[in-house]
Ligand binder design. Structure first.
Ligand SMILES: [Zn+2]
Length: 171
């Protein structure tokens, strides 16, 4: 089956908000039922709460994009709070295709790598601060008694305020 280019409408069944997009798909658009647009303006659970309606199908991307632009203008989406669409794109922009561009793939890969590194870092930080790896694990605080004023304090307090720094030396 040839690539089909279609215009679709998503409707959020919870609040009635809509999104109009276009898409190129290698096959019958009705089989493309798991695609719910790439807009980051949509809720992340859009597949659960939105319905998808295929409005029209075309033989070229340009026709589909032109129809999408016509609908966006028709509904004045830039000023219409009922639509997630916020920008009226020009017909020269490409529809979202079935095959992502290499740049898009690279972006996806970079985003994914970033997430993995981030999670690993979190795990490492968590391990480093817990149990036997914690520098304080198994140690009791070292206390020292100041030879000048006789107070027993933690080692860090001793170094800062006692010993050769003890206030009692200034008396
Ligand atoms: Zn002291």
């Amino acid at each position: 089956m040839n690539t089909q280019h279609y215009v679709y409408e998503l409707e959020n069944t919870l609040n009635g908000m809509k999104y109009i997009g276009c898409r190129s798909y290698e096959g019958n658009p009705v089989d493309d039922k798991y695609y719910f647009g790439s807009s980051t303006l949509m809720p992340v659970n859009k597949r659960d709460i939105c319905t998808k309606t295929i409005l029209s199908t075309f033989n070229t991307r340009h026709e589909a994009q032109s129809e999408k632009t016509r609908l966006l203008n028709l509904h004045d989406v830039t000023n219409n709070d009922l639509y997630y669409n916020r920008k009226i794109s020009s017909p020269s922009e490409h529809c979202v295709g079935y095959k992502p561009t290499q740049e898009h793939k690279d972006n996806l890969a970079a985003a994914w790598v970033g997430r993995v590194v981030s999670d690993e870092t979190k795990v490492n930080m968590s391990v480093a601060k817990s149990g036997a790896n914690n520098p304080r694990f198994g140690k009791t605080a070292v206390k020292r008694t100041c030879e000048h004023c006789g107070k027993t304090v933690g080692n860090n307090m001793y170094v800062r305020w006692h010993g050769s720094n003890c206030k009692s030396l200034n008396k």
